[in-house]
Write a protein that binds this ligand. Structure first.
Ligand code: BDR
Ligand code: CA
Length: 316
């Protein structure tokens, strides 16, 4: 069993990924930690509680960061055109959901849970990296105690999605992402290089909803606004960014990768750009030296990934 903490900003593609983690038989979901990104942290936490209740998920929800790790950074507008004003595609979601939140802040929940299962926890982070960076700051030793960190974020050999060079999760808190990439733990980076070519069509999802239970029907309903948004780049379908990171946890053989030290640009026109120094390439001394070598996914078997998501969601 893979013991997973899911750090997320639900978020439409986050919701699909959550249902995947909940339903995959080899995943033991230990907790859901929330972060700001697709909406405020109040909204993403409410959404996590809503999905927990609707989908009968046992894992606790712990509320995380609502601002960047560098508090002097300016706020940016929420991406309502992508995920809707309420983060879940503008479907009806109650203002408040009567499900208790874990009393600990997300970074503390992460530290405690990692320490209770040394060497076993896989952190799957699909929002801004703020909670992970806060956990590392408070307890640097956790870097040696997690099994690995699988993130959805960044872009290396393809353009960004919030600027020509930056992807949303990294751009939303570049300083936090640089802390996470350079810490002495194993990070697997599932970025736009692989997620932007992994799309599910409206009719494929509709077919799943027709066969599936209420959970899949709810997922279909909350995805419609997001699919409309993607009409500029996907033909009647959507990129399933966050699910790709979750699929990696159980099926890494569907991905190909390179390794190298990763840094994140903090500030200027390239704010939030992720840059790898591939292992084996020689450069004069520089800012990537002496840092851990991380795994950067550059290839994906998209059709198999999409089918695995379908089979997992329909297996209930
Ligand atoms: C990432 O940004 C968010 O909008 C999505 O949920 C995903 O995690 C894609 O760039
Ligand atoms: Ca996300």
């Amino acid at each position: 069993m893979h013991k997973v903490i899911y750090d997320t900003d639900p978020g439409v593609d986050d919701a699909m990924a959550l249902l995947f983690l909940h339903r995959h038989p080899e995943i033991d979901l230990l907790g859901i930690t929330t972060v700001f990104g697709n909406a405020s942290v109040e909204t993403t936490t409410r959404n996590a509680l809503f999905l927990k209740r609707e989908w009968n998920i046992a894992a606790p929800v712990s509320k995380g960061a609502g601002v960047t790790i560098d508090h002097t950074r300016e706020d940016r507008a929420w991406p309502a055109m992508v995920h809707g004003d309420n983060g879940l595609g503008n479907i009806a979601v109650p203002e408040t959901v009567d499900v208790p939140v874990d009393p600990r802040p997300a970074h503390r929940f992460i530290i405690d849970t990692v320490r209770s299962h040394p060497g076993e926890v896989r952190l799957v982070a699909v929002g801004r990296m703020t909670n992970l960076a806060l956990a590392l700051k408070e307890d640097p030793e956790i870097a040696t105690l997690v099994k690995d960190v699988v993130i959805m974020g960044g872009n290396f050999y393809v353009p960004g999605n919030v600027s020509p060079v930056a992807e949303a999760n990294i751009h939303g808190d570049p300083e936090a992402a640089d802390i996470v990439m350079t810490a002495p733990w194993k990070v697997v980076v599932i970025g736009l290089d692989v997620t932007s070519i992994t799309t599910m069509s409206r009719s494929y999802l509709g077919g799943m909803a027709a066969k599936g239970d209420g959970a899949v029907k709810l997922l279909d309903a909350l995805s419609q606004h997001y699919i409309d948004f993607y009409s500029h780049s996907v033909e009647d379908g959507m990129m399933v960014h966050d699910s790709c990171a979750c699929v990696y946890v159980v099926a890494p053989e569907l991905f190909s990768s390179i390794t190298g030290a990763v840094r994140v640009v903090c500030g200027g026109i390239a704010d939030g750009q992720t840059i790898v120094k591939p292992d084996g390439r020689r450069f004069p001394p520089g800012d990537w030296d002496g840092l851990p070598s991380q795994v950067i996914c550059t290839g994906i078997e998209s059709e198999k990934v999409i089918d695995l998501i379908r089979d997992t969601l329909l297996a209930a």
